[in-house]
Write a protein that binds this ligand. Structure first.
Ligand SMILES: [Zn+2]
Length: 438
């Protein structure tokens, strides 16, 4: 069996097409992969074992005008917990300059990563969303480019005819056909690179402003807010929060009914609580993403003693958020349902992040009011009987979980204003201040 497997091209093994990795053909490197972790010579995230062996391999992909380009793989910086061939991977790469015009490589000076994912064939690509956003990010909207990822190149590689995937698709009519999608991006820094609580606050405020802009202008909904998708860009000595990874985004005005996986998306610990309920039938609204941002903040400021340092302390009642990373939908629904409705709620914020306590309390209070009002509205008019009489604004949870209500909380951190990036919010906040004085 091993002999037959070794004779197969990599894509027939369900592996990445065009990857020149010799580990599968080379018994010595396979032995390396079978060693227990403490004996391993390679480093990196524990879940990326196989790809650690790919360091130094070459990967060739289609480029402009029917040409190809080749990169050399470096360290795996992210791999989602999923089967290879389904989950997303981010690998640091450099141009191998095999197919570069001689002496002038346009990628040489850039810090690049390759993101590989395996989305359904029909899914709109991140590139399409970002191209549309960049088109509109002109003039007074130019600021938003600082907060969006910079996609340098992207390509799809379909699984070829006769591949296992292709055969499954022919045999089972409802099999979801996928492609390998690669994106070359500039490398961004993770949240853990930030030095102060105030920098973290600015990054959260930035991505909220970015999320709003993208919702309002190109009409895109992100739908996968997580700690890993909030990144940092350093430019001319300044730091900007970047809302990264638009793989699960949708056009807001696209009303096609997708399969279940189309609306129930996200990264578990951060998903809005309703999404954990089996009764939930969508639609995914912008306030669900705002609720996710709340959980990202909550878990960060309760589980980290600094942005780059996770708390190490024995499990106590206070430590409950630790479990959110390993729990199922039922558990998370229950915990989050309680969190957003609790009276006198006070999260165990660490000293470093103490300034976030006020934000979190105010955000939670807003949500609590919203969910109670919605509960009342639904009791007053059972929706099933009189759908036309339901006046409750689901999009913003009766106004309590709107962009306006969030911005009014998070534009100030520890009594000092943060930077408001766009003209629109600057005017909005000016008006608010004038009304307060008046
Ligand atoms: Zn090159």
């Amino acid at each position: 069996m091993i002999k037959r497997l070794c004779a197969l091209p990599l894509e027939d093994l369900g592996f990445v097409p065009n990857l020149e990795a010799d580990f599968i053909k080379n018994p010595a490197s396979l032995l390396e992969a079978m060693k227990p972790p403490e004996q391993k010579t390679t480093t990196g995230p524990p879940s990326s074992e196989i790809f650690d062996l790919c360091q130094g391999s070459f990967f060739t992909f289609p480029y402009k005008n029917d040409q190809t380009r080749t990169v050399r793989l470096r360290r795996v910086i992210f791999r989602s917990n999923g089967i290879i061939g389904r989950g997303t991977m981010v690998i640091r790469v450099e141009c191998a300059c095999r197919n570069c015009p001689s002496k002038q490589c346009d990628w040489k000076k850039k810090k690049l990563v390759l993101k590989m994912s395996f989305p359904s064939k029909t899914r709109v690509s991140e590139r399409t969303f970002m191209d549309r956003s960049k088109e509109l990010a002109q003039g007074e909207h130019a600021w938003v480019s600082n907060h969006l990822p910079d996609l340098i190149w992207s390509f799809d590689i379909p699984f070829r005819d006769g591949s296992p995937q292709d055969n499954l698709g022919k045999t089972f009519k409802d099999y979801e056909m996928r492609v390998m999608r690669g994106v070359i991006l500039e490398e961004l820094k993770p949240l853990s690179s930030l030095k102060t609580a105030r920098e973290c606050a600015q990054v959260f405020y930035d991505i909220i402003q970015c999320h709003h802009w993208v919702w309002k202008y190109p009409r895109i909904l992100h739908r996968d807010i997580s700690q890993g998708n909030i990144m940092v860009r350093e430019k001319n000595g300044k730091k900007y929060g970047v809302l990264n990874d638009w793989d699960l985004a949708i056009w807001l005005d696209d009303k096609r009914d997708g399969p279940t996986s189309q609306f129930r998306t996200g990264t578990k610990p951060y998903m809005a609580h309703e999404q954990h309920s089996s009764k939930w039938k969508g639609p995914h609204r912008y306030r669900h993403d705002l609720e996710s941002i709340f959980y990202v903040m909550l878990l960060l400021v309760c589980l980290y003693s600094r942005p780059d340092e996770k708390l190490r302390r024995p499990r106590t009642e206070d430590d409950q958020y630790e479990e959110w990373h390993q729990s199922d939908d039922r558990f998370l629904y229950d915990k989050k349902h309680r969190t957003v409705r609790a009276d006198d709620w006070e999260p165990p914020v660490t000293t470093f992040f103490f300034g976030f306590l006020l934000w979190l309390s105010r955000l939670q209070r807003s949500m609590r009011r919203g969910f109670y009002e919605r509960g009342d509205a639904m009791q007053l008019v059972p929706k099933a009987l009189h759908p036309e009489m339901n006046f409750f604004d689901e999009d913003t949870l009766g106004g309590h979980l709107s962009y306006e209500s969030i911005v009014s909380i998070v534009h100030v951190f520890e009594e000092e204003e943060l930077e408001t990036r766009g003209r629109e919010w600057q005017l909005h906040l000016d008006n608010l201040r004038q009304n307060q004085i008046g």
